[in-house]
Design a protein around this ligand. Sequence first.
Ligand code: ADP
Ligand code: MG
Length: 249
Amino acid sequence: MADSNNDEILLSVQHLKKAYGDHEVLKDISFDVPRGKVFVLLGPSGSGKSTLIRCLNGLETIQGGTISFKGKPIDGSEKTWRKLRTEIGMVFQSYDLFPNLTVAQNILLGPTKVQKRPKAEVEQQMDKLLADVQLSEYKNAYPRELSGGQKQRIAIVRALTMNPELMLFDEVTASLDPEMVREVLELMLGLAEHHMTMIVVTHEMEFARRVADTVLFLENGVILERQSGHGFFANPETDRAKAFLESMA
Ligand code: ADP
Ligand code: MG
């Protein structure tokens, strides 16, 4: 990649506002995510993390501010978001695989039907990704035959097969049994090592400490603290962030 791209801002959020009726859930959120960086969103329950992630995938209408992707403000139309959702992948807490489709059918659907890429090419990519996560043998299995951790890894593989430039993760390990949390986190650590740009909401503090280039600490819909990952965990600046970290320890 050319040097001039090293500081490219992939996603820019400026003065974002989101309200449900009179309830302002995101108040004036601004941040820039450079390509290749991992941002971790932390904050107490109800602080607005999921809402923010949903706004970044066009799943919520916003009441103010702008979201720009690759330097272009997003106009907010469903048509634009439909296109962008192939470039901005999202995985959330509940496994959202189609239960009536096999693993392979789940993975192939978006790339072949939405992106209209040749099936043989997508299959090759899928086979490689499945091998990487050691799930090749489940290609023809149905979601009900998989463990929670396997389903989440398939959901991540499915998103990756679209070749996204940004990945959004909202508490993807929150419903997993402890022994399955690690296999999912390791997959995400691998993505970070390969410079996937990611925005991650997680309750796994050790993982967050390892993976975060930047931490945004939210409370009541505002960014109360922003720091390097290292700085945040070593030395949180606000009492609220300190109390939060203590509560998670
Ligand atoms: P977090 O993910 O940090 O726990 P959320 O983004 O889920 O926080 O929620 C932030 C606030 O927005 C909470 O007060 C929540 O009750 C409210 N909220 C979230 N979704 C909706 C909705 N669909 N309608 C009304 N209020 C909502
Ligand atoms: Mg949430």
